[in-house]
Ligand binder design. Structure first.
Ligand code: ATP
Ligand code: MG
Length: 769
């Protein structure tokens, strides 16, 4: 092999190059933040394509967000010098799983136009089921059940596979049964939830080896970014797809790796079951699920990850997946990268020092050849408002120095922290975008409009139908809806069909009946129009003819105008899509909406959504006990949660190229109540040599102005005086006395799940126990 290869290889260091050029057999790149793992993956695709080893459609490449997928495609174009068309299998687990499921929908008792439910829909549906079973929703909240079901799906468990002990956890043993009837309901509604997108793939692959073989043959190369955050279902899915096709397709073995399928390899699952796993995990069920996966020789799969950046344990991710890679993919080559190309010396030292406090880690060397740069700053403020003001001023100052806003990010622990910054930025006229989290598409008016479009697209979409049947008000109140439900349940038909039947009877009062008939007629007309009208025009027609636009025009509340603006924006946003189906699919899968890509704007997001990203300047507010680490982690006692929080801190710091700025406030308002807070223990864990303590630029405050008498907070003065001394050790002492945020901060505390969009998991799910 020539030492000077194609141009795209020339910038790589030898280890990176090895990871790119080792195309055959399993490869694991296990390396720290900013070492070029994602770059290796992208270059690897370029290499595969330019070597003619596979066509674009034969490469399965899994990224953590849709945004990352777009980014990868863009980079690929740059490397190859031409746009890359047709990489249909470059995307997130969910988007790819959803795509596969649409091809085989009938095998999952669905139609190919099935709807993907978000958490709200999911919860609404579960509420109905609970009602039907006369289970008290107050005692056994639908959200809790949604969380359990989500958890089971993350672990690859079908209703019949849920261990009875766990099924018993809900409503005195009814959990498993409810899961089963929920699945049944989904089929009737022609809907899938996020978990299904992969779970149904797995089931189809297992029940139809011919279909699995088809995909195994198609995907000549598999690449996975952020492997440390895969859950069991994702792992099973990858494992199925990554095996060389079984016998009937043996001729398709890839040149250069001509080994025969090993008849004994079937033992591998039992092997791992008895030995390796037993030492690692107490949970039986995960193992059972994994053991059920057939094992065989694996083909060209390349996973990259970093155990120190595993931050989705709360959502079922298994960092063990990365630790077990060599075991799962026999013959794997493990490559380590040690040079960080992203951050300056001080930042990298601070991040490495922090993460060194974790016990459960593989341990990695990270070095940079960059200069030390600026120290990481730590700034205390009186309260979160001052914190936002201070950060706003620093950003304006950076802007005056010529920094691009696009290179500035604020990474918060909990999404409620964002609002303060949003308010501040609006006041300052500073452009910003929110990445991940509750966004545009989740606003009520947008969801209403989408519900209309969903019913047009899929008449069986009961949840959408129910959402808008009486919005705007048409005299079709709860009683009518209840009646439709009874009808639908009895005859096992969708609500829309039930409505059609009911208007032919005299069960409804004449007024409601007329109104329902009109609605049905309208939908029929819109559906017919769909064939001949552009989808954007159709959307406008639907909003106008349904009376929905008028409803907001007549509304006198302050936000009505904004809502009308949003609706306009919605119709505008549809232009980017070919048709309604494509648009709706995008909505259900979109995970990270950015503003106009050209706009120069500050990025605001949670630490969770920041994974894989990098910015010159990173602001890290809210490093306080009870917020970061989160109260839930503190309540839970065990090390595991705290270590995950620390990894989150590590992820935050390692996003920064040139400046990392940490903040803590001494008072914070959570759910309307003020409480005194204590600086995060993670601050104590930063190396003094790489950190500088600075004054808040947000104003006076430390001594206690701004209307909060210092006497209200006994500890405040202690903080005030310790503030200018070497650090926050005094605060540590206070913490140990049991200070902190009394009791609060639990409900509504958000772990951000933006990467899986609104849907895949509601953060609160885990908090019932
Ligand atoms: P993370 O763990 O945070 O996802 P990563 O390991 O995926 O990080 P990349 O994002 O791929 O790291 O790379 C970090 C930065 O370093 C990027 O800006 C990338 O372009 C740059 N980089 C990586 N390798 C090299 C190289 N050989 N020469 C120059 N720059 C590089
Ligand atoms: Mg990366």
């Amino acid at each position: 092999r020539a030492s000077v290869g194609p141009k795209y290889l020339s910038g790589l260091n030898p280890e990176q190059r090895e990871a790119v050029e080792t195309l055959d057999g399993p490869v694991l790149v296990l390396a720290g933040a900013g070492t070029g793992k994602t770059r290796v993956l992208t270059t690897r695709i370029a290499h595969i394509l330019s070597q003619g080893r596979a066509r674009p459609a034969e490469i399965l490449s899994v990224t953590f967000t849709n945004k990352a997928a777009r980014e990868m495609k863009h980079r690929l174009g740059q490397m190859l010098g031409h746009a890359v068309e047709g990489m249909p299998w470059l995307g997130t687990f969910h988007s790819i799983g959803g795509r596969i499921l649409r091809f085989h929908a009938e095998l999952a008792q669905l139609k190919s136009n099935f709807t993907v439910l978000d958490v709200d829909d999911q919860v609404r549906l579960l509420k109905q089921l609970l009602q039907a079973e006369s289970i008290d929703d107050k005692r056994w909240p639908a959200r809790m059940l949604a969380g359990l079901i989500d958890g089971w799906k993350n672990r690859g468990l079908m209703p019949s596979q849920v261990p009875s002990g766990e099924a018993a956890m809900f409503a005195n043993g009814k959990g498993g049964k409810l899961y089963a009837s929920y699945q049944e309901r989904l089929k009737i509604l022609n809907a899938a939830d996020f978990g299904d997108l992969l779970l149904e793939n797995i089931r189809i692959f297992r029940e139809h080896p011919d279909i699995l073989r088809q995909y195994q043959q198609r995907f000549k190369f598999i690449l996975v970014d952020e492997y440390q955050d895969t859950n069991v279902a994702q792992y099973l899915w990858l494992r199925l797809l990554s095996q060389a096709p079984a016998k009937p397709a043996a001729q398709a073995v890839i040149p250069g790796r001509l080994e025969e399928p090993n008849p004994e390899s079937g033992d591998e699952s039992t092997d791992r079951d008895s030995g390796f796993d037993a030492a690692h995990r107490p949970g039986m069920t995960e193992r059972a699920a994994i053991a059920a996966a057939p094992a065989g020789p694996t083909k060209n799969i390349c996973c990259v990850g970093d155990d120190d950046q595993s931050i989705y344990g709360w959502r079922g991710a298994e960092v063990d997946n990365i630790l077990r890679f060599e075991h799962d993919f026999p013959g794997a080559k493990v490559i380590r990268l040690e040079r960080n190309y992203r951050s300056t010396g001080h930042i990298l030292a601070a991040a490495s020092h922090l993460i060194a406090h974790n016990e459960g880690r593989l341990g990695k060397t990270l070095r940079t050849e960059d200069h030390d740069g600026e120290k990481v700053t730590v700034t205390g403020s009186w309260d979160s408002e001052e914190e936002a003001r201070g950060i706003g001023e620093e950003i304006e100052q950076l802007q005056r120095q010529g920094e691009k806003l696009n290179e500035i990010a604020i990474l918060v622990r909990a999404s409620y922290q964002m609002r303060e910054f949003e308010d501040r930025f609006v006041t300052l006229g500073l452009p910003y975008r929110v990445i991940g989290g509750p966004r545009f598409y989740e606003r009520a008016e947008i969801r209403d409009a989408l519900a209309y479009l969903r019913v047009i697209n899929s008449p069986a979409d009961d949840l959408a139908f129910e959402r808008i049947v009486n919005t705007p008000k048409r005299g079709l109140g709860d009683a009518t809806v209840q009646m439709l439900h009874d009808h639908a349940r009895k005859r096992r038909i969708p609500l829309f069909e039930a409505a059609r039947a009911v208007v032919e009877t005299d069960e409804l009062k004449p007024k409601a009946r007329g109104s329902l008939r009109d609605l049905i007629t309208q939908f029929d007309r819109w559906r017919a129009q769909r064939e001949v009208t552009a989808h954007t025009d159709l959307a406008q027609i639907v909003l106008d003819e349904s009376g929905y636009t008028e409803m907001w025009q007549k509304d006198r509340s302050a936000d009505a105008a904004g809502r009308l603006e949003n609706l306009k924006e919605l119709v505008r946003s549809m232009e980017e899509f070919e048709n309604l189906q494509g648009f709706l699919e995008h909505i259900s899968l979109v995970m990270d909406r950015e503003g106009g890509a050209e706009d120069d704007a500050v990025s605001l997001m949670t630490l969770h959504s920041a994974k894989g990203l990098e910015f010159d300047n990173v602001f890290l507010p809210g490093w306080e006990e009870g917020l970061f680490p989160s109260q839930r982690t503190l309540d839970e006692q065990g090390r595991a949660g705290l270590e995950e929080e620390r990894r989150l801190g590590h992820v935050g710091l390692t996003r920064a190229r040139r400046r990392a700025k940490i903040y803590f406030a001494t008072n914070r308002r959570i759910h309307g109540t003020w409480s005194t807070t204590i600086p995060s223990r993670f601050l104590d864990e930063l190396p003094a040599a790489n950190v500088e303590i600075t004054e808040s630029k947000g104003g006076s405050a430390w001594g206690g102005t701004g209307g909060y008498g210092a006497s209200r907070f006994d500890d405040m003065e202690a903080f005030g005086s310790s503030y200018s001394t070497p650090g926050w050790q005094r605060a540590q002492a206070n913490r140990n006395r049991g200070g902190g945020r009394g009791g609060g901060g639990r409900g509504g505390f958000e772990e951000e799940a933006s990467t899986f969009s609104s849907a895949s998991s509601s953060p609160d799910f885990g908090s019932f126990s």
